[in-house]
Write a protein that binds this ligand. Structure first.
Ligand code: PNS
Length: 182
């Protein structure tokens, strides 16, 4: 696979794959770090028929496009099947993944080595998010929001808006406010 050329300059491109259900500030942090090393980053959402996501793939594409409105170096796409086949198909040789904590390591290590075995031309690069995001996950964001906790510092504004639309405002937070007002 050869890197694409633009006006004589070789473009370094990467793919940042994931479920992004929904995208969090931790993901944005990793993608931003990716942009500091690569010319463009494709955010690739896995289409996984086995999982029951909160946001449909179409919604996740819209959300990420909105979060990156006006950022020409970010592309948003979906894929199914093997990640390395997708990367090869779009001509990208680097996978960027975030490593939040030691607990991520084993899973990520297995995936990186399996991907290398499947296609040795594709390299995985790990990036560490800002410490403040080391505990952040899409699953916790959904749980915290559903139970009425604040997520505004954990997700981009478009995600908070979509969560509100999905759950019809955070029910537990509304209850707490009502109780306090009495
Ligand atoms: O955000 P996630 O759920 O941790 O992302 C996991 C993802 C999408 C990167 C991973 O499940 C994946 O690459 N799936 C595609 C299928 C594949 O290539 N499997 C073999 C790699 S070990």
């Amino acid at each position: 696979m050869t890197a694409p050329e633009s006006e004589g300059i070789t473009l370094r491109r990467a793919v940042c794959p994931g479920s992004f259900d929904p995208i969090t500030n931790g993901h944005l942090d990793i993608i931003q770090r990716g942009l500091s090393v690569f010319d463009d980053v494709t955010v690739a959402i896995l289409v996984n028929a086995d999982k029951k996501p909160l946001f449909s793939v179409e919604e996740r594409v819209e959300i990420i496009r909105e979060a990156y409105k006006g950022e020409p170096r970010i592309k948003v796409d979906t894929f199914s099947g093997l990640l390395v086949d997708y990367a090869e198909r779009i001509g990208v040789a680097v996978i960027v993944r975030g490593l939040r904590a030691i607990s991520d390591f084993e899973y990520e290590f297995q995936m990186a080595l399996m991907n290398r075995r499947l296609n040795p031309r594709i390299e995985t690069v790990f990036m560490m998010p800002a410490e403040g995001y080391s505990y952040l996950s899409s699953r916790l964001v959904k749980e915290v929001f559903q139970l009425g906790g604040r997520v505004s510092e954990l997700v981009p504004p478009v995600v908070e808006k979509r969560l509100r639309e999905k759950y019809g405002a955070a029910p537990a937070a509304a209850d707490t406010r009502r109780r306090r007002a009495r």
